[in-house]
Design a protein around this ligand. Sequence first.
Ligand code: ADP
Ligand code: MG
Length: 698
Amino acid sequence: MTFDQAAMRKKLPKEVYRALLKTIEAGNKLSEDISAVVAHGMKEWAMEQGATHYTHWFQPMTGSTAEKHDAFLSIDGDGTPIERFSGGQLIQGEPDASSFPSGGMRTTFEARGYTAWDPSSPAFLMKGGNGLTLCIPTVFISYHGEALDEKTPLLRSMDAVSKSAVRLLDILGTESSRVNTYAGAEQEYFLIDRKFYTMRPDLVMTGRTLLGANPPKGQQLEDHYFGSIPDRVLEFMNEVEKELYLLGIPAKTRHNEVAPHQFEIAPIFERANIAADHNLLVMEIMRRVAEKKGFALLIHEKPFGGINGSGKHNNWSIGTAEGINLLEPGDTPESNIQFLVFLVAVLKGVYKRSAILRAAIASIGNDHRLGANEAPPAVVTVFLGELLEKVLDAIESGKVDFTTEKQILDLGLAHMPVLNKDYTDRNRTSPFAFTGNKFEFRAVGSSQPISTPNMVLNTLMAEAIDGISEEIQSKIDAGIERDAAILEVIRAEIAATKAVRYQGDNYSDNLQDAAAERGLPNMKNTPQSLRALLEEDNKKMFASYSVLSNEELNSRLNTRLERYIKGIDIEARTLQLMLKTFVIPDVSEYQGEIASSFNGLIEAASRIGISDKTLKSQGDHLKALAENLSVLIDLTEELDAVIVKLGDIEEEFDAADYCADVVLPAMNKVRDVADLLELMVDRSKWQLPTYSEMLFEH
Ligand code: ADP
Ligand code: MG
């Protein structure tokens, strides 16, 4: 179902096929005459499979994907309908850009936006209804060429890091035509029965439950899920795997042992831009298959309070087009040095730009996870593992001469592939962990596209690599022999970046103390984190690598702030609605029944000899119910006022801070009482499906 190399070879003339491959591999521009031939071949192929429509598929700044469908049908000069798909239609489209966020970059009179084919990502066929649509991955840019999407900056960042890395490799004596970054996204999700989902306005509107008492059995036992995947879920997994396989995304679903009804899917890693596209498709396919199988897919970072949330481990590596993974420790001294140089580049980049890395993954949903002792904390540190720590310490101490160091490298690192599993799994609490031949950025939220985190990683890497190249070059220019110069720089960088390395438990208070001592940024929520994008030095990095102009960066900041504020506003209003139309009426009704039963009891008391003590116990029960209901009503009114006030705040950062500091706490406060009442009220009066039902029934 993808227009992959085999399909291209079959459908395109040899020279066109070759030219297209070159475009894809080297990131060249596609000429117009070639695109017409490619378009024709692609259309033939798609129609043979049964496609009737095509669409430009893109990633606006909404955090999801968008598409605009057109039929392959055109009307020719004399009014006859013909099948047509021109090079122009392949290469460029014009969706109504004004319906997508631009973060203030566009005024209405220049609302035009264009989608342009990204030949590096294969076109594919997507099922919808009984038809098939040819989906053409595109970038989305404004009339003036500003990026309106998440993909363009990612592609630019890949070019930037390639340029920098090729130059550093040249200094190291390795020739390479292009360097790529690769990503593999391990995706966590929940599946619940659709009938429960549709009865929960909070899940439908916001993706998470805003109310709900914890079930007696949560995840304390951590034992009971593995090996007991219900058949329905297995069927879901099989179908998802099959659909993804057809789209050229080989993926393995897995059972996750942490929370009930939580699972994970991990596709094989690919070039970061393709991995980003494919992760979006994974989420989309899972959503569709879930629906078909009577499930609802919950991709939110924290669908259930008190139960582990979902993340997305972004496995990231950097390697040459010639096939060398630059983060592979290997077993030859030369490549070890190369490995060490790139390893310290990662340390340097992450240390210097940890605030932007934190900002890249800040979102409403992820705020519930980061730092909640179930997920990587809000402090970005790097875990390397015992062995690499030892190697870096030895190099830093400088007491050993080069040959001994060589030995350490040979001996120590040569063992790494064997030690991988044990030693990398030892620290599951680190937000950024070295895992054998890649880094695993574990703080990404389950619902987030991986384009932005990878874009940031690539850019900070480009900058760090350039810094290292310059340091080495200036030492060589000063007459220092090359190997010695490289080693000196490695040593200096190891010392300079020590603060970002943290091997301990990231969920502990020690980390919080260490962060304060070492001056590492520790941003607790989205508005705090996003302020990193206001800093001149951060803006300069994106601009100088031509990844995001100041205006483009600013538009992303605006869009994300707006989404945060609107998102919390929606959550608060949904909660308000549920309190007023479900919880308060349900509790009142039950209270009425208890009250009349209590009255009956009082009437009958003397006749049938009910003691005062008995009456008191039952009276207390009624009293507790009534008191909690009153508190609930009061707190609901408080929430009303809080929501009204949010609407009056003009400045966006002020509004976002207010959401984090006032709205969310007000929501939590009223929720506590509602959850308490849930456990006091007759189940048959409670309209909302409970946690126990959603998490334990299938
Ligand atoms: P884990 O121990 O975390 O389950 P896996 O070996 O299963 O690790 O890999 C997890 C993910 O990392 C997969 O998506 C895999 O394709 C990806 N991955 C493996 N090697 C690399 C690499 N060199 N670069 C990027 N991603 C990689
Ligand atoms: Mg992992």
